[in-house]
Design a protein around this ligand. Structure first.
Ligand code: F6R
Length: 247
């Protein structure tokens, strides 16, 4: 049987789209294709503007083919810390509204950091153990932060491999999801670089304003901890889908 390590490694495949809806339609075909190959697919799901259209397309597909989603498993890629899970700006609220409810993902098929966990480091260890036990992630859905982050793996002199408590940059705290919150999160919790890089397939969706500089740097193909997304050049199966209007 072919393992991820034995696969031929291909460079990141980059495709440009005229707008975000075309990008989302293409991304949804990719996810559906993976789901047809493996019904108990484990997806890691980012929140925010970039994957929103993709989730809407999956919801539309669900109307015609609910059986396809019966075994789908969802891992919340990251979460804001120190806020209640019920906060309208939490990653949980987002995924609940856009993925879990529309695709009828039952709680036993959902793996997620608790934003209000009393011991966040312990919570990250719990999720890491779950990933080690039930992973690797089959299809990792990522967005690109304005500062080049993926998940809450923020630019720094070193990056963390495991799930960890993340110190959030000012740019990240400026995210529109935070604007909707009743209180500002004091930290983040995220799947680390190892969980992302061990994913069998990665979809990097790039849309939204203020990302020109991060896109430009990413295309230089220089690997730097100051641009966590640049590590995706070292993975063998990344589809980078870019909405041209964000360049
Ligand atoms: C959020 C996440 C972040 C976002 C990134 C881009 O769960 O993982 O890394 O993907 O900040 O956010 P948008 O798509 O809103 O521009």
């Amino acid at each position: 049987m072919e393992t991820n390590n034995q696969k031929n490694l291909n460079p990141m495949k980059i495709t440009y789209f005229d707008d975000s809806s075309k990008m989302s339609a293409f991304a949804s075909l990719m996810v559906l294709n993976e789901l047809r190959k493996k019904q108990y697919l484990l997806i890691a799901a980012a929140t925010g503007g970039s994957p929103e259209g993709l989730y809407q397309m999956l919801e539309k597909r669900y109307q015609f083919d609910p059986e396809l989603f019966e075994k789908l498993r969802v891992l919340k890629l990251d979460e804001w810390g120190g806020i209640p899970m019920s906060d309208p700006g939490s990653c949980h609220s987002y995924l609940n509204e856009k993925v879990l409810k529309p695709l009828h993902v039952s709680s036993d098929r959902y793996l997620a950091f608790d934003s209000a966990a009393p011991d966040p480091a312990e919570e990250c260890r719990r999720i890491q153990e779950e990933i080690d036990h039930t992973g690797p992630i089959d299809c990792c859905i990522l967005g690109l932060g304005k500062n080049g982050h993926i998940g809450f793996n923020e630019p720094a002199s070193i990056l963390q491999s495991d799930c960890h408590v993340a110190k959030l940059s000012a740019e990240t705290i400026d995210h529109p999801l935070v604007q909707a919150m009743s209180q500002t999160p004091s930290f983040g919790m995220t799947v680390g670089m190892k969980g992302i890089m061990q994913s069998k397939k990665i979809l990097l969706l790039i849309t939204g304003s203020g990302k020109q500089e991060a896109i430009k740097k990413l295309m230089e193909k220089e690997i730097s901890t100051q641009l966590p997304a640049s590590f995706l050049w070292l993975h063998g199966d990344v589809e980078c889908l870019i909405d041209k209007t964000s360049c």
